[in-house]
Design a protein around this ligand. Structure first.
Ligand code: MN
Length: 285
């Protein structure tokens, strides 16, 4: 199943090039009262809602995907977790380029672990990236994004994929420079998730998928998740030893070699096998 959010907070079932409005399924979600939950209620309820979404999708007339504004498929992630330099060749390019490492030691993921991006940085492809500090280098990073579906702590890697609701394309937009990653990567609109959530049963094995991005039609990144230094089950085992993972939490699994600058006016096209592709416009904030 492919689920998107679009236009004015509508929920959509994607089939081919069409989106079917299944927003009526949102009426089934429990009414929330303050304090709000620290997880995404829709992702948490997906196992119970799937059948109704399928039924609604059959009767809803399809609209062309090209005619809707795609939002982030996850509305309320409790946290956005990201893996630093998790591809061997990206580690090599980061060590070789002072414009990327800025004199800081780029260490392996096993030593430095993960970092967090502010949830306020999250947008969908239809909203675009709005750059700040345009006198500095702002880079694209395309990544396979994992959405957690089931709560867990100390999850062994053998069970890790049972906690995954689905997969999306993630863009971890980054200002290069000396500040902490969490600051440079948490600017409003610097986390893009889209174009839709492909549920784990439909997506299948995440260990061998091609991930890529073009900027203005020129190929920048094109790699395979089989080259991840820390594969997805290990990432989940590692991070869940520190914090609980909850439905809707997003994991950006790291970017491969080929990161490069983007500027206002650019157009990014990113793709991942078995997810699809999304186009994201870049402007100045
Ligand atoms: Mn990244």
């Amino acid at each position: 199943m492919r689920l998107c959010r679009f236009d004015d907070q509508r929920l959509g079932l994607v089939r081919g090039e069409l989106v079917h409005d299944v927003s009526a399924a949102l009426e089934r979600l429990p009414a929330v009262r303050y304090p709000l939950p620290s997880y995404d209620p829709l992702v948490a309820a997906l196992p119970q809602l799937r059948q109704e979404i399928e039924i609604l999708g059959k009767s809803a007339k399809g609209r062309p995907l090209s005619a809707v504004k795609l939002l982030s498929p996850v509305a309320n992630p409790g946290k956005i977790i990201a893996a630093p330099v998790n591809y061997r060749k990206h580690l090599e390019e980061a060590l070789a380029d002072k414009g990327i490492h800025h004199g800081k030691l780029v260490e392996e993921i096993h030593k430095i672990g993960m970092f967090l991006k502010a949830t306020s940085s999250l947008v969908g492809p239809g909203e675009g990236v709005r750059l700040v500090k345009t006198e500095r280098r702002n880079d694209h990073e395309v990544e396979l994004a994992v959405v957690i579906g089931r709560e867990g702590r100390n999850i062994p890697k053998a069970k890790a994929l049972e906690h995954v609701a689905g997969y999306c394309i993630g863009l971890d937009i980054t200002i290069r420079g000396p500040e902490e990653r969490s600051l440079r990567k948490s600017v409003d609109s610097y986390s893009v998730l889209g174009p839709w959530l492909v549920t784990a049963d439909e997506f299948g094995d995440p260990s061998n998928v091609q991930v890529g991005i073009k900027v203005n039609g020129a190929l920048r990144q094109d790699a395979n998740t089989s080259d991840l230094v820390m594969p997805i089950p290990e990432l989940i085992e590692y991070m869940s030893a520190f914090y609980s993972l909850r439905p809707g939490d997003v994991i950006m699994t790291g970017t491969p070699q080929g990161v490069g600058p983007i500027r206002p006016g650019d157009s990014m096209e990113a793709w991942i096998d078995r997810v699809g592709a999304m186009t994201v416009a870049v402007s100045a904030a």
